[in-house]
Design a protein around this ligand. Structure first.
Ligand code: HGY
Ligand code: MN
Ligand code: MN
Ligand code: MN
Length: 415
């Protein structure tokens, strides 16, 4: 059991846990997790639920052109810089119930507990649920936070795996693809952004520490690679005459794994998606499309690993035609000293130890960092498992993290 300082401010335990449990119903899957990909029906329903809860808490919910959901006070002062806090509501396919949703529910709870008595806040507090952070559909991770910091190129070309254009999905979420530029925040509007999130790795649990202070977030490059060989009969085509796209893709997959595991050029390298065409038993595969992700905390190492990816593609040799599309390059970022100090002080106020650490997962915070200072708080993930229905964090850790978010926000608002 965590021993908490009972005099520090705390969130409403019952309400927080019930919001979290209710949100997990949207997109709930048979495995005990959630499949709530960005802009899906389940995602829309979760967002409606959050809007409704906000209204019940006498807060105001608005949606920008990119589908980002902002929750603010009714008496908001628009002239003040914004202290933003939150995360995302969308999940991967067969993901957990906490990745993203935890930070959003804690943000709503934080906002509900704020009360501008005398004096005035140094910032206007606003909670956020960023749109389509995972990019599980539409192939564009960090969609909402990217729209907040700059233009989104070729948004009109994005479609989901069923062929639904982003234009339609965005409209259903209350957004507007033709007005995306209105989602960009003007310079100076963002006073700071705080993201509370599950760690999604094993570090905190192993160390036996309830809170992580994130000092840096990994950089991440994503490529979509299509290899085209020659579709042909699997019974009649001699082995030496084949241009098998699946075999080329398998070789490439092993080479990609080697980039991090054997050659240590970056922290991790992953082929996460692999589509085979036509994917039929007695046909030599004519084409495959796969995604490659490389991650590292150093921009130079990422650039070097990217060269290794391209070299591995080139090494596939003749007979295989390759097309490499860069899906995203998100730079590694460092979090802000002042926000981090506020988090550390808040944790101390609650009597909670903190471990300073890096994030190997990507977060909206790293994108928002282009618009202002960011800070991140982690809570432990059981067995380090995430992006899985088995994702779990002990309720006492969830509550402790949310308390620290509330206290951090209070400290910053007091200036
Ligand atoms: O993939 C990531 O790192 C994040 O959870 N979207
Ligand atoms: Mn995730
Ligand atoms: Mn997340
Ligand atoms: Mn036949």
């Amino acid at each position: 059991m965590l021993k908490l300082n009972q005099t520090a401010s705390m969130i409403d335990r019952r309400r927080f846990l019930s919001h979290l449990a209710e949100l997990a119903r949207f997109g709930a899957d048979e495995l005990g997790g959630v499949s709530r990909t960005g802009f899906s029906e389940a995602d829309h329903a979760a967002r409606r639920y959050l809007c409704e809860r906000s209204r019940m808490l006498r807060l105001r919910a608005t949606v920008d052109a990119a589908g980002n959901l902002f929750i603010g006070r009714r008496e908001a002062d628009r002239d003040r810089p914004v202290l933003l806090f939150g995360s995302h509501l969308d999940s991967v396919v067969h993901g957990g119930r906490l990745d993203g949703a935890y930070g959003v529910v804690a943000a709503l709870e934080t906002l509900a507990r704020l009360d501008e008595r005398d004096g005035s806040f140094a910032y206007e507090p606003v909670a956020v649920a960023f749109a389509n952070e995972e990019g599980a559909e539409f192939g564009y991770p960090f969609f909402g936070s990217k729209a907040m910091v700059g233009p989104i190129e070729h948004a009109e070309r994005l479609v989901d795996s069923a062929g639904l254009p982003l234009r339609d999905a965005l409209r259903a979420a209350g957004g507007d693809i033709d007005a995306l530029s209105s989602a960009v925040w003007p310079a100076g509007r963002l006073g700071g952004f705080l993201e509370l999130h599950i760690e999604q790795g094993p570090v905190l649990q192993r160390a036996g520490v309830p809170l992580g202070l994130v000092e840096a977030i990994t950089g991440r490059h994503i490529f979509e690679i299509t290899l085209t060989g020659e579709q042909n009969h699997a019974g009649t085509t001699p082995m030496d005459d084949r241009h098998d796209a699946l075999v080329a893709g398998a070789r490439l997959t092993l080479a990609i794994e080697d980039i991090a595991r054997v050659r240590r050029l970056c922290a991790v390298s992953t082929v996460g998606r692999f589509d085979v065409r036509p994917n039929v038993t007695n046909v030599i595969p004519g084409a495959v499309t796969l995604t490659v992700e490389i991650r590292d905390g150093s921009l130079d190492r990422l650039a070097n690993a990217e060269r290794a990816v391209l070299a591995a593609v080139a090494a596939l040799g003749p007979g295989i035609d390759a097309r490499v599309d860069v899906r995203m390059r998100a730079a590694p970022v460092r979090t802000d000293h002042r926000l981090s100090a506020a988090i550390t002080d808040a944790a101390a106020e609650h009597g909670l130890p903190v471990l300073t650490m890096h994030s190997g997962a990507g977060h909206d915070a790293q994108i928002v960092a282009a618009a202002g200072p960011v800070g991140m708080i982690f809570v432990p993930s059981r067995d380090g498992i995430s992006h899985s229905p088995r994702e779990h964090t002990e309720p006492e850790h969830l509550l402790a993290g949310a308390d620290v978010l509330l206290t951090t926000v209070r400290r910053l608002l007091e200036g």
